[in-house]
Design a protein around this ligand. Structure first.
Ligand SMILES: *Cc1c(COP(=O)(O)O)cnc(C)c1O
Length: 229
């Protein structure tokens, strides 16, 4: 796998159309991430807190780390000092915890709300009414140290293009609706993270402006679990 060439190729495709690449480096060694970094990539995503923290310590400090996997409330404290974007916020309770730790570190933590758009019910995420309920809640409105930058969704893992397309379309409609209703005067609600290696072209076609690519950049993940140290 030529990581340098992959980064360059994908960036050439995405940069001109204003789509942000998050290189998903889960299970991959720090050497691979360093290679992507040397090729100019600065945004990386991981789905496990422990793995993310260990890599963050070893790699250049100007990397912007995103968390894209389910986050347990008791683990927020480990990433709160440095995380650039938490893409997988799926409850008000989690958001409250993030806000609490953000206050401790005197920072504002950017977040995306993860919306459940897939048919499979294995995926985490809020459904539409839950998203609205969260945004309308007094508890959320009082949080000053989290900033909702947009939405994230994972489409059904299927060959059926039409189904994937509809799921992305649905998420884009929700995104636009929320923007108009809640963030009309704020430019900060600007991120629609949808699309992975198998479906990112469809996601972009449907209006996504952030894609999360793992295998396209780093090759297939053969190691299932990252080994600590
Ligand atoms: C692993 C993962 C990706 C990247 O998957 P690829 O198919 O390797 O591109 C994207 N998003 C999330 C949430 C992931 O967990």
């Amino acid at each position: 796998m030529d990581i340098t060439a992959n980064i360059q190729e994908v960036q050439q495709e995405l940069t001109p159309i204003g789509v942000t690449l998050v290189a998903i480096s889960k299970t991959k060694p720090v050497e691979d991430i360093q290679e992507a970094y040397n090729a100019g990539q600065r945004i990386f995503g991981e789905n496990m807190v422990q793995e993310l923290v260990e890599k963050q310590e070893k790699l250049p400090q100007d990397i912007q780390w995103h968390l894209v996997g389910h986050l347990q409330t008791n683990k927020v404290k480990y990433i709160a000092p440095f995380i650039s974007l938490i893409q997988s916020v799926d409850s008000l309770k989690l958001l409250a915890e993030i806000n609490k730790h953000a206050i401790k570190h005197k920072r504002v933590i950017d977040c995306l709300l993860q919306v459940d758009i897939a048919q499979e019910d294995t995926k985490f995420g809020l459904d539409h009414p839950e998203v609205i309920e969260l945004l309308e809640s007094e508890e959320f409105k009082a949080m000053k140290n989290v900033r909702i930058r947009g939405l994230m969704g994972i489409a059904t893992n299927t060959e059926k293009e039409k189904e994937v397309k509809e799921e992305f379309y649905e998420l884009k409609m929700l995104f636009d609706g929320i923007k108009v209703s809640y963030y009309r005067k704020e430019d900060s609600f600007d991120t629609l993270s949808m699309g992975m290696s198998s479906d990112y072209k469809l996601a972009i076609e449907q209006g996504g402006n952030m894609v999360r690519l793992g295998s396209t950049i780093f090759g297939k993940r053969v190691i299932k679990h990252f080994k600590a140290k």
